[in-house]
Design a protein around this ligand. Structure first.
Ligand code: F6P
Length: 545
């Protein structure tokens, strides 16, 4: 962001004032605050009223979005502009769920043609596996799908199939292998019958070592159970943008599902990377997921900035991190079904905006992407919420839940929701010295006891939160929720002027691992390394059996 523009300067001056405000007072002086600072879109309530913002701050933030031209960047993304600057590629995960199929051109050809061909192929595979038409090498139907992939080729499908378990008819069970630690694949394969397993090797690049190592182990496992030459053909498919490597691995051409370089790995669950979702839930449910995301895309594309949920969520995040100096962001779902949502969003957000130079390669003088973390909120209440309420650093948090319970079991959901609502209230209001004293006196505690305890029980409050409430967790609303966050990440990248769609920062570690691997394998002394690396390699080699 250009720190010398008017909106930036205005917001900076406002941020100094904010230190004197308390959310409790903002609510007390404005009974319409919730009405003003919440919106309902696609059956999702987004309440941002418990943030340290005023009308003036929100106006300044919208001005900032206009000054950095979010609207024209958004138009460029949706029309296939090459906004992935360092890789010179379009960013078109939105095309994957463009259910209106309006043309989107890349290098003169309409990508919607390729997408619909691939969707047809996915549907055929899904129907064939789920109906039992597709048989394993011994003639038995496929009962289990093992997705082998990591990062964006794992987290999206796994998060979604976990979230939508309720919608699975269990015709096909899905399992996930991402870690190159052999314990995971060994555990996953142990109970499975090779005659009835389909492996999906998911890798955009088809060069990721973790995935290829696991894929080779899976192939050995299958081949150990069969002398049938056609076994791999009946049991392996690939999803990739690198057909040549998939073929080299031994996947038959017809079993390869296409992905394109204009789909970022962390935004790829809408493509054939989503096959485990379709196989587990049926193709109709996969389409509903796409439709939910499409609805959010349309909202993002067409709503004025002032009532645009992803834009507002992005601006609030920028306000908290860049202007108020809060560097982390918790994501706290209360629904069990969303137990992987924070992990998924951690990759989507941190791999996108965890950058320190701007589009011109210049160091940015302000903080950019937040440290995203979190887990199920109700469990967190009994773990790290102590820090949220009384810790030294202020951690803004997104609270996410659904109005409808996923079951009809009585006596749980109201209690869950009471906690969900109470926590953001407590983080907002806090409890001051006088209130603590009164509370303890009412309990009949002595004055010395109270004097000892009072400061430990004070909660400063004034801790910002967003509340996101879905009507229910279903394929449509989940699609919309994921797209909400995707667009939030996009808008923040534009404001911070960082290249949200590359991930150069993951390369160095991979290269060094490739250098260290032969040193672990070879005998003899290690050279050309720092003393810690030599020490670690030697310890490992001397200690292993
Ligand atoms: O190492 C990071 C990363 O490149 C992610 O961006 C990506 O989602 C993941 O690895 C997996 O990559 P691939 O799908 O090419 O195997």
């Amino acid at each position: 962001m250009k720190t010398n523009n008017a909106a930036w300067k205005f917001l900076e001056s406002q941020s100094e004032k904010e230190t004197h405000l308390h959310l409790k007072d903002l609510f007390a002086t404005d009974p319409d605050r919730f009405e003003k600072f919440s919106i309902n879109i696609e059956n999702i309530l987004f309440d941002y009223s418990k943030n340290l913002v005023t009308d003036e701050v929100m106006t300044g933030l919208f001005d900032l979005a206009r000054e950095v031209d979010v609207e024209s960047w958004r138009a460029r993304m949706f029309s296939g502009g090459r906004i992935n600057l360092t890789e010179d590629r379009p960013v078109l995960h939105v095309a994957l769920r463009n259910i209106d199929a309006d043309p989107i051109y890349v290098d003169g050809s309409d990508v919607m043609d390729q997408i619909s061909t691939e969707l047809d192929k996915m549907k055929k595979l899904t129907d064939s596996i789920r109906s039992g038409k597709w048989r394993g090498y011994s003639g038995k139907r496929i009962t289990d799908v093992v997705n082998i992939g990591i990062g964006g080729s794992n987290l999206g499908p796994q998060m979604v199939t976990e979230a939508l378990r309720k919608y699975s008819d269990n015709k096909v069970s899905v399992h996930y292998v991402s870690n190159v630690d052999s314990f995971q694949i060994a555990q996953v394969l142990r109970p499975l019958n090779p005659e009835q397993v389909l492996f999906i090797i998911s890798s955009k690049t088809f060069t990721t070592r973790e995935t290829l190592t696991n894929a080779a182990t899976a192939r050995n496992w299958l081949q150990a159970s069969s002398f049938d030459e056609t076994a791999v053909e009946r049991h392996f498919i690939a999803v990739t943008a690198n057909r040549a490597n998939a073929v080299k691995f031994g996947i038959p051409k017809n079993n390869i599902h296409d992905l394109w370089d204009w789909v970022g790995g962390r935004f790829s669950l809408w493509s054939a990377i989503g096959l485990p979702i379709a196989l587990n839930l049926g193709f109709d449910n996969f389409q509903k997921l796409l439709a939910g995301a499409f609805a959010m895309d349309q909202h993002f594309l067409n709503a004025p900035l002032e009532s645009n949920a992803p834009v507002i969520q992005a601006l609030i995040g920028v306000w908290n991190s860049t202007f108020l100096g809060m560097q982390t962001q918790a994501i706290l779902p209360y629904n069990q079904s969303l137990h992987m949502f924070s992990a998924y969003m951690q990759q989507a957000d941190m791999e996108s905006n965890g950058k320190s130079v701007d589009w011109d390669g210049i160091d940015v003088p302000y903080s950019t992407g937040s440290i995203i973390w979190g887990q199920l909120g109700i469990n967190g209440q009994h773990a790290f919420y102590q820090y949220l309420h009384q810790g030294k650093n202020i951690i803004p948090a997104d609270f996410i839940s659904a109005v409808e319970s996923s079951t009809t079991v009585k006596g749980h959901h109201e209690y869950l929701m009471a906690n969900f609502i109470a926590q953001t209230q407590a983080l907002m209001t806090g409890i001051n010295k006088e209130q603590v004293r009164e509370e303890l006196r009412a309990k009949g505690k002595s004055e010395p006891y109270i004097a000892n305890l009072v400061s430990h029980k004070i909660h400063q409050g004034n801790r910002p939160t967003n509340t996101i409430m879905l009507e229910r967790i279903d394929p449509h609303s989940l699609g919309a929720l994921i797209a909400l966050y995707e667009h939030k990440i996009f808008v923040q990248g534009i404001i911070w002027r960082v290249c949200s769609f590359d991930q150069w920062g993951v390369e160095l570690g991979k290269e060094l691992a490739n250098h260290i691997l032969p040193q672990l394998e070879q005998d003899g002394p290690i050279e050309n390394q720092d003393s810690s690396t030599i020490g670690l390699i030697n310890f490992y080699k001397n200690t292993r059996q």
